[in-house]
Design a binder for this molecule. Sequence first.
Ligand code: RBF
Ligand code: MG
Length: 312
Amino acid sequence: MKIIEHIEALREPFPNAVITIGNFDGVHIGHQGLFHEVVQRAEALAGTAIAMTFEPHPLRVLQARRKPPLITLYEQKKELIGRTGVDVLICIPFDHAFAAISAREFVADLLVRRIGMRAIVVGQDYAFGRHREGNIHMLRALGRELGFEVHVTDWIQAASLDGERISSTRIRELVMAGQVVEAGRMLGRRYQVRGQVVAGRNRGGKLLGFPTANIALQDELCPKTGIYAVTVEHAGRRLLGVANIGYSPTFEDHVFTVEVHLLDFHESIYGETIRVNFIQRIRDEARFESLEDLSRQIQRDVETARRILAAD
Ligand code: RBF
Ligand code: MG
């Protein structure tokens, strides 16, 4: 997939461009359906499948106070869109100047003249341009005038799960409630966070017999506090682990940490970036009367995690 991150890099139109446009936070199964349709329509035209997105998220620029935590940061979003078969990802640097462009200019100048759009695939509630003044009705009128097809799909609605509508908002709620299995079904993959392994208090190994890799999260959306069975991706390897998210209430310092005890792993990975996939929540954090009690519970968590991960 070719990635274009500056409008100036759009030198000439793409052959028979089929486009979809959105924020695609989470790249969930509804978004994936949309990309699939774009790829198929582009193939039918021997054309180019294009996804357009914005960075930073427009709400961050326009309504800095309303700031839902992103499910997928840009780096992960690029990787996920890259796997859908789309040929080109155009990421528009979003700022107030871009937000001020009229709906008509956005379509006529950017999409049609510069990108070469022949067809657009959008969801039913699609709105675009200054003050979201452009809607499906206007898009269809522009399509007749400027010569492109408009395909309104209900992928997002169609891709419901047990009758529940899939949305980025719902996925955020599920992750924040610790319901990582349900979130994963809507994402079409496990919920993942990334971060660097940093020095912790050096307590887990010495006091409890369970050393942990403490993670400085890059991601904004962190699952509810508690213990989870996880898989960890590190340098192309897939490791198994059990994660603890929270304040370790057995101790007095009450520092929020995200840490993973890796199973059957004895290397030092300080400073390296790992990816943690949440498979299943095991329990809430608890306060223990003694270190021995906590240690015994962690041993049970390790066994529970092994069972969950073996079945996964
Ligand atoms: N600390 C607690 O105070 N309560 C817990 O219930 C608890 N559960 C844990 C479960 C696992 C699987 C792991 C790896 C750690 C857990 N911890 C818990 C955190 C532990 O106190 C911490 O790793 C050490 O104190 C090192 O910072
Ligand atoms: Mg640690």
